[in-house]
Design a protein around this ligand. Structure first.
Ligand SMILES: Cc1cc2nc3c(=O)[nH]c(=O)nc-3n(C[C@H](O)[C@H](O)[C@H](O)COP(=O)(O)OP(=O)(O)OC[C@H]3O[C@@H](n4cnc5c(N)ncnc54)[C@H](O)[C@@H]3O)c2cc1C
Length: 401
């Protein structure tokens, strides 16, 4: 199965990490994923195994106890994990974004306090921008922070927190008008707060409630929740980076690396769908031969494999661009857009190849069919990616007439 989605130019260390993760996926994730997903059960044993492998600290610098690896290594690991079960990559993803936000924007004290425990997987991160009335339009956030002495008092309702229940640290984006006169652009009056809490549901800290899990069509096992702040008091030294008004830019930076990660998930799910499709096509016989010998089915397989290759190449390109220190919003937007659309198409083709059995819960493709649509929405919908891509293209190709 290793012919597709190869990555040239990896170091020995990267190859070793990927081989270890792939082995873990084959032995510990794939055999149990569908059963756990059907039960909507949190994969604690898998998470413990990934913690032991150091996956929660993969990109955290070595000085804070992490492995100090690149975005490319991280994305390739995510691709492998999503090939096993997309929900597991979701458990790591929000943690990774919060660790990235701290690494890039945190004060020295915040890094020192959080990153070593995040690298060890003891503190687990979630991030929260969306609200019931907004997702794409982040600048419309209404949750508020008001200064009161050495603290801020936070009020408002948040929506769609991946790992909202299981996390112990949430990066929450709210409006904080303090220091920003009336008429300040919305994105200049937002602040990210580092909110510590107990894992679990109900009132997890005075003024902070996590009501319960949202019941989803797929992407099960990982908890997705609301978050309600009602007079939640947060010390001023838990403003990410120590200065208010920078939250919008910090979060957009985090989401940009998150997009490479979602692209990687799309690649992993598409690869698995191809594996299932190509196997089934050689087992199932109609009209006296394996269906893989019918040209229409072979053409499907050809299209699926081409999409797997193309998505992987774009995802790797976007990760490498970021690792080289260059701006990668164009490449990340393109990779996320293409990988999620292709993932949906490859999954659908694998589903069709399975005929009626694809509709049965006994077959893994049924799970993938419910998982793929999430990638069209998370970290910015297809329309939002196209807006980002279009704007950047017009900057790059400005007409000088
Ligand atoms: C399972 C799951 C997990 C999630 N996890 C998190 C999380 O951990 N943290 C978090 O903060 N959020 C999370 N989200 C929220 C997610 O980021 C939003 O759902 C997403 O950004 C879309 O926002 P929305 O749902 O409000 O849709 P809307 O913004 O209301 O969009 C609705 C439709 O209108 C289109 N649209 C909107 N604006 C435009 C425009 N200007 N031009 C053209 N079309 C437009 C959109 O593309 C979409 O098709 C999660 C969502 C899901 C489903």
């Amino acid at each position: 199965m290793a012919r597709l989605a190869q990555t040239a130019g990896l170091t020995d260390v990267q190859q070793e990490i990927l081989a270890t993760v792939r082995d873990f996926v084959d032995k510990e994730i794939l055999p149990v994923a569908t059963e756990l997903e059907h039960r909507d059960e949190y994969p604690q044993a898998i998470v413990d195994g990934l913690t032991e492998l150091g996956l929660f600290g993969l990109m955290i610098p070595e000085e804070y106890g992490g492995l100090g690896e690149s975005l490319l290594t991280y994305a390739l690991c995510v691709e492998e994990i999503a090939r096993g079960w997309m929900s597991v990559s979701g458990i790591i993803n929000t943690h990774f974004i919060v660790a990235y936000l701290l690494k890039q924007h945190g004060t020295a004290e915040q890094k020192e306090y959080f990153l070593p425990r995040m690298a060890a997987g003891e503190v687990r991160g979630a991030f929260s921008m969306s609200e019931p009335a907004l997702g794409s339009d982040v600048s419309a956030i209404t949750s508020k922070a008001v200064r009161d002495g050495d603290e801020y008092v936070l009020t408002g309702q948040k929506m769609w927190l991946t790992n909202g229940g299981t996390s112990s640290l949430v990066a929450v984006l709210v409006r904080s008008d303090e220091g920003h006169p009336e008429g300040t652009a919305p994105h200049r009056s937002m602040t990210t707060f580092l909110v510590e809490k107990e894992p679990g549901f109900g009132e997890v800290r005075p003024g902070l409630t996590i009501p319960g899990k949202i019941d989803k069509m797929g992407y099960k096992g990982v908890d997705t929740t609301e978050l309600i702040m009602d007079g939640l008091r947060i010390p001023a030294d838990r403003v990410l980076g120590g200065t208010t008004g920078r939250g919008f830019y910090q979060m957009m930076d985090g989401v940009e690396v998150g997009r490479v990660n979602v692209a990687a998930r799309g690649c992993g799910v598409a690869q698995r769908a191809f594996e299932l499709g190509v196997r089934y096509a050689q087992q199932r016989h109609t009209f006296g031969r394996p269906i893989a010998q019918h040209q229409a089915v072979q053409f499907k397989l050809a299209e699926m494999a081409t999409k797997v290759e193309a998505a992987h190449a774009m995802m790797v390109n976007a990760a490498r661009k970021k690792d080289s220190g260059e701006r990668n919003d164009l490449e990340a937007g393109m990779a996320k857009y293409l990988a999620s659309e292709y993932c949906k198409e490859v999954v659908e083709d694998a589903f069709r190849i399975h005929g009626g059995y694809g509709y049965s819960k006994e077959y893994e493709i049924e799970r993938l069919y419910r998982e793929a649509p999430m990638l069209l929405i998370g970290e910015g919908t297809a329309e939002i990616q196209k807006m980002i891509i279009g704007r950047r293209l017009l900057e790059e190709y400005r007409f000088q007439g």
